[in-house]
Design a protein around this ligand. Sequence first.
Ligand SMILES: C[S@@+](CC[C@H](N)C(=O)[O-])C[C@H]1O[C@@H](n2cnc3c(N)ncnc32)[C@H](O)[C@@H]1O
Length: 204
Amino acid sequence: MLAHTEESVLEDAVLTLARERAEDLGATPVPPSVGALLSLFTQMLDAKTVVEIGTGAGVSGLWLLDGMRADGVLTTIDTEPEHQRAAKDAFRSGEIAPGRTRLINGWGLDVLPRLADAAYDLVFVDTSPADHPQFVAEGVRLLRPGGVIVLHNALLGGRVADPSQRDATTLAVRAAARAIAEDDRLTKVLLPVGDGLLCASRSE
Ligand SMILES: C[S@@+](CC[C@H](N)C(=O)[O-])C[C@H]1O[C@@H](n2cnc3c(N)ncnc32)[C@H](O)[C@@H]1O
C-alpha cells in the first residue's frame, strides 16, 4: 500500500536527478508523497515566504517551490556546504530564478532566531529530530496567522508510538508534539507519510 502511494507520485527528470544526488551525498531526501504534500500545502497557502531547515540536495525545496507563488522566496538552512551546492545545482536545473532561493549555511537553531516574527507562510523542518521542541518554538513564532508548520520524522520509524522507547530523540519528538497539542493557537494533524509528518496551522 505504501509503495503504491509513493509510486503514484510522478517526479520529473530534475527531481529524479536531485534525488539521486541526495542519495549519493547521504542527505536522505523526502519521499515523493511528502514532496507532493509540500507542494499542495504551498499552493493552498499561496505561499510567498517559506523557511526550510535541512536543505539537503534540494528535493523538498523543489517540491516547495513548485507550489509557491512565482515571486515566492524559499529560505533554506543547512550545515553542509556540499549539500547546499547540490541543491543550488538542482534549483538551477529546475530553472528556478536565483532570487527565489536564499540558502543559508548554518545550524537551524542559530539561524532561526535571526528571522522575522509572523513573516512566513510555511516552515518545514526536515532535520535533527532531537531539536524538534526548539524548532517548534521558533517555527511557530515565524508563522503569520494562517501559516503552517510541518515537521518530518514525527514518527521516527515507529519509535514515537512505542511507549517502551525512551531514548532522548524519541522523548524530544514527543515533547514537540505535546507542545503543539497544548498550544491553543494551533490546529494539528499527524500524517503517516514518509517518516511521519506533524502539521499545524496557526490561527492568530
Ligand atoms: C534529511 S536531510 C534533508 C533532505 C531535504 N529536506 C530533501 O528532502 O532533499 C537533512 C539535512 O539537514 C542538515 N542538518 C543536520 N543537522 C542540521 C541542523 N541542526 N541545522 C541545519 N541543518 C542540519 C544535513 O546536513 C542534511 O543536509
